[in-house]
Write a protein that binds this ligand. Structure first.
Ligand SMILES: Nc1nc2c(ncn2[C@@H]2O[C@H](COP(=O)(O)OP(=O)(O)OP(=O)(O)O)[C@@H](O)[C@H]2O)c(=O)[nH]1
Length: 341
């Protein structure tokens, strides 16, 4: 193969807007007559984001783990097969929102031993409202992970600005600038950004992220550790070390035994514990004719009528930090029983 395949990595916290951006990128590439392919990584067992992407787009799904650690070695294989079989003009990797961006860079770089890849500067989508809230508290693993994702982006898309005040927005822009003076920062609502500069080869002045990551961060791997215990350490420029692992991430996948009432379900979503950051799913309601996809990200919920292609079960995935899975399961089962009565 003589041509290097451009690889874009989309990073950003759970529910920040990565799939929304991915849809825009795909539309742009199609307009240009290019053939994109996608690698989607989900920490849950089902890929619901894939439903938002047309069936004509070649897609490799990496489910049930994170490419930055537990299923990292699969990435080279998936990338290799996708490029060999589909011969795409460009590949996008959408990481799970819980991924450590430097680890993904490493994993993709490993693949370039097998393939001729042109790894483009990382794009990080930042949820404005969620960052504003976490910045006030300034603690927790989520906050540290979000900061790390911000530090690793060559492009920072400060998304969901419709959910913050003008004053908060100006504070967030200052914060991003301070955290990552190398990045280009754009603000957006539903990731509506000028796509062309984002994709252009020389889009950043700072050179490749890899270069500055290696110089700014002291990045260690302990290869003697088994994969599931793999911890990531990155030395921050402000001196303290961030320890990254997914042990704090809780995932609950619920397969519905039957439809539930839409009003009760909306109430359940509204009352989700704070520790649940992200929810998504496809389900039948007992009081409506069509099927719905729901999205929940940082206290905001969306419902969309959907007719999924293929055999998609009624399912909901919840991702967060140390929440009580059994309590969620019991409540959803109660809704199922109630709708069946
Ligand atoms: N209010 C508001 N909602 C948005 C905006 N951008 C995206 N959303 C909504 O936020 C939810 C999550 O968006 P996604 O694009 O799926 O986020 P994601 O980063 O791909 O999520 P994960 O892959 O699960 O981490 C969806 O319901 C979107 O419609 C925005 O600018 N404002």
């Amino acid at each position: 193969m003589d041509r290097a395949t451009p690889i874009y990595i989309l990073s950003g916290f759970l529910g920040s807007g990565k799939t929304t951006l991915l849809q825009r990128l795909i539309t742009e590439w199609k307009r240009e007559g290019l053939r994109p392919a996608v690698i989607m990584n989900e920490i849950g067992e089902v890929n619901l984001d894939g439903l938002m992407i047309g069936p004509e787009i070649p897609m490799a799904e990496m489910l049930g783990g994170c490419i930055c650690c537990t299923i990292r070695s699969d990435l080279s294989t998936q990338l290799y097969e996708l490029i060999q079989e589909e011969k795409p003009d460009v590949v996008v990797i959408e990481a799970t929102g819980a991924a450590n961006p430097m680890e993904i860079f490493d994993a993709v770089s490993e693949s370039s031993l097998l393939l001729k890849l042109d790894i483009r500067p990382m794009i990080t989508v930042v949820d404005a409202a969620h960052l504003a809230a976490l910045y006030e508290a300034q603690q927790g693993k989520t906050y540290r992970l979000m900061i790390e994702q911000i530090r690793c982006g060559s492009w920072l898309i400060l998304n969901k600005i419709d959910l913050v005040t003008a004053e908060q927005l100006s504070g967030l822009l200052d914060l991003l600038q301070r955290l990552n003076p190398y990045a280009k920062i754009v603000t957006a609502e539903r990731c509506q950004v000028d796509i062309e500069p984002l994709l252009s080869k020389n889009s950043t002045d700072s050179g490749s992220n890899e270069e500055w990551l290696m110089s700014e961060h002291d990045h260690h791997h302990d290869h003697d550790q088994p994969h599931h215990q793999h911890k990531h350490h990155a030395e921050h420029s402000d001196g303290h070390a961030a320890h990254h692992s997914h042990e704090h991430v809780t995932v609950y996948t619920h397969y519905f035994a039957g439809p539930v009432n839409s009003v009760d379900f909306e109430k359940f979503i509204k009352e989700l514990p704070r520790e649940v950051y992200r929810g998504k799913g496809v389900l039948h309601f007992s009081d409506t004719a069509s099927r719905f996809m729901f999205q929940y990200a940082y206290r905001e919920a969306d419902y969309l009528k959907i007719t999924p292609q293929g055999n998609i079960p009624d399912v909901a995935v919840f991702i967060g930090e140390h929440f009580d899975k059994t309590a969620l399961a019991a409540e959803l089962e109660r809704l199922e029983r109630q709708a069946g009565e």
